[in-house]
Design a protein around this ligand. Structure first.
Ligand code: ADP
Length: 442
C-alpha cells in the first residue's frame, strides 16, 4: 500500500523574511506543521506539512517585480496542492502609494479567481498582541494612530495616513470597502453577510476591523470559503480551525517537533543592531569568541582561515565548546569602518561569514546560530538551504528550524538553524539557541 503523505492546506506568501517567520511560528502554535521557504524554491519535490510560508523580499521592490515574484510563489504553492492562500504583510501595513499590498493582492486575486464572484478578499493587518488594532478602517499602534507612531518617518514606507481604506484605495483600481467593528463584533454570520453585500456592490478588497484575537477568529471563520485571504499574521490565527472543522487538519501532538540533528555548533553574528551588540557582549563575558575585522578582510588577510582554525581548536580541544565568530560593532565603529571602506564593508563581512559557514558545514558542523537578517540570508545561501521546517520558538519571533532536504533523498544533511534578525532575542539568546539546537527546551 502506498503511504499517505500529508498535503499542505494553507499556502502563504510573505513580503519579507521576518514577517514570514512570524506567521510560520503562529501557524505552528495553532497546530499546523509548517515549513518556510527562502524565496520560491527551485525544487518541486512534494513538501510534507500542513502549511507552507514562502518568504519573499517584495515589500519595497518595484511593483511589477513584486507581482512577478508573488505570482511565481502562488504557482509553486498551487503545485504543492495548497487549498487556501494567504498574503502576509506587516501589521503596520508598510507600503507606499504605489503599493505593493494593493497590486499584489489584486494580481493574486486575478490569478485565483475562476469567476468574478471569487474575486473578493479582506485586508486586515491587526495584531492585537502587539497592540496593532483596526477600528473603522483606522490603524492604531498602541493608543495612537499609525501616522503618529513613528511609522510616518519610515525611510522606505512612510505611513502618513492612518485610514487603511484610503491607503489601499490609492494602491489599486479595485473598489475598496470596509467591514466595520459593529459587524465583526456580531460574529461570523454577520461578517459573511457583510462580505456578500460588499461583493454585490463591486468591492474586491475590504479592510476589516479587529480589536482583539476574538475578532480575528471571527474574521478567520468567516473567510473559510475564500480561496485567498490577506492580512498580518494575526488574521491567520483563525484559519487553522477552519481546516480542523472541515476534517482536513489531522491533530498533531507536537507541531513544533523537528528531526534530531547531531553534530557540533557555531554562532555567527554579522548583525550590528543594538540587541546583537548586547548579546555578543554577554557571550564574550564567559565564552570563546573571535572578532572578524572588516579592515583585515579588505587587506586580503586570511581572516576566514583564522576563524576556521579558532572554531576547530575549540571544538576539538580538551573541553569541546562552541564559539562565536562576530563582526558585530557599535554604530560609531561601523560608521568609521564605512568611512574607510565604503558600503562594501557590509558585503565583505557577509561573504566572510558565509564562507566560514560553508566550510564549517564541510567539516561537520551541523548547528548554526546566526544573527542578522542580511547575514542570515548570505549564510543560508552558502549552506544551500532553501526550505526550513519551523520548530519551537527560542524567543519571540525566532524559532529553531531544521532544513528540509532539496537534494532528493539520500544525500540530505539535516542542519539545525536559528536565524535571528537584528533586534530580536533576549540577552543570552546565543546560549539559549544552542540549548534548543541540542534538543533542550528552555
Ligand atoms: P542587522 O540589521 O541586525 O544589523 P544584518 O545582517 O541585516 O543585521 O545587517 C548588518 C550588515 O552590517 C551586514 O551587511 C553586515 O555584513 C554588516 N556588518 C557587520 N559587521 C560590520 C562591521 N564591523 N562594519 C561594517 N559593516 C558590518
Amino acid at each position: 500500500m502506498e503511504t499517505q503523505t500529508r498535503r499542505p492546506l494553507l499556502g502563504c506568501i510573505a513580503d519579507d523574511f521576518t514577517g514570514a517567520t512570524d506567521l510560520a511560528s503562529m501557524l505552528v502554535r495553532s497546530g499546523m506543521r509548517t515549513v518556510q521557504t527562502i524565496g520560491v524554491p527551485d525544487a518541486d519535490q512534494a513538501i510534507e506539512a500542513d502549511a507552507i510560508v514562502v518568504a519573499l523580499k517584495s515589500r519595497t521592490i518595484e511593483v511589477g517585480e513584486a507581482i512577478t515574484q508573488s505570482r511565481a510563489a502562488l504557482d509553486w504553492l498551487r503545485a504543492q496542492g495548497c487549498r487556501q492562500f494567504f498574503f502576509k504583510y506587516c501589521s503596520t501595513f508598510d507600503s507606499t502609494d504605489a503599493g505593493n499590498i494593493g497590486p499584489v493582492a489584486d494580481a493574486l486575486l486575478d490569478a485565483l479567481a475562476q469567476d468574478v464572484s471569487q474575486g473578493f478578499t479582506i485586508a486586515c493587518p491587526a495584531l492585537p498582541e502587539n497592540r496593532r488594532t483596526v477600528y473603522h478602517g483606522y490603524l492604531f499602534v498602541g493608543e495612537g494612530l499609525l501616522n503618529e507612531s513613528g511609522m510616518e518617518n519610515h525611510p522606505l514606507t512612510p505611513m502618513r495616513d492612518p485610514n487603511l481604506v484610503r491607503v489601499l484605495q490609492r494602491q489599486t483600481q479595485s473598489k475598496v470597502g470596509l467591514i466595520p467593528f459593529e459587524t465583526v463584533s456580531r460574529g461570523e454570520h454577520a461578517v459573511r453577510e457583510a462580505m456578500a453585500r460588499l461583493r454585490a456592490d463591486g468591492v474586491r478588497l475590504a479592510i476589516a476591523d479587529a480589536l482583539s484575537d476574538a475578532d480575528l477568529r471571527t474574521l478567520g471563520a468567516a473567510c473559510a470559503d475564500l480561496q485567498f485571504v490577506t492580512g498580518g499574521s494575526g488574521v491567520a490565527i483563525g484559519l487553522p480551525d477552519n481546516f480542523r472543522r472541515a476534517g482536513l487538519l489531522e491533530a498533531t501532538a507536537e507541531p513544533a517537533r523537528l528531526p534530531a540533528v547531531d553534530g557540533p555548533a557555531v554562532v555567527l553574528a554579522g548583525s550590528v543592531s543594538k540587541a546583537t551588540n548586547v548579546q555578543v557582549a554577554e557571550w564574550r563575558a564567559s565564552r570563546p569568541a573571535l572578532r572578524i575585522d572588516p579592515r583585515a578582510l579588505a587587506r586580503g588577510e586570511a581572516v576566514v582561515e583564522q576563524a576556521l582554525a579558532f572554531v576547530e581548536a575549540h571544538l576539538h580541544g580538551e573541553q569541546p565548546q562552541p564559539v562565536l565568530i562576530y563582526a558585530t560593532a557599535t554604530p560609531d565603529e561601523v560608521k568609521d569602518i564605512q568611512a574607510e571602506l565604503g558600503v562594501a564593508a557590509g558585503a565583505l563581512v557577509e561573504e566572510a561569514l558565509a564562507s566560514i559557514a560553508q566550510q564549517l558545514k564541510a567539516r561537520g558542523v551541523r548547528k548554526f546560530v546566526v544573527a542578522g537578517g542580511e547575514t542570515s540570508g548570505a549564510v543560508v545561501q552558502a549552506l544551500g538551504v532553501q526550505i526550513l521546517q519551523i520548530g519551537p520558538s527560542i524567543d519571540p519571533g525566532v524559532p529553531l528550524t531544521v532544513n528540509v532536504g532539496t537534494e532528493g533523498g539520500s544525500g540530505h544533511e539535516p542542519l539545525a538553524l536559528a536565524l535571528k534578525s537584528g533586534n530580536f532575542g533576549s540577552v543570552d539568546f546565543f546560549a539559549k539557541a544552542l540549548r534548543y539546537a541540542n534538543g533542550e527546551r528552555s
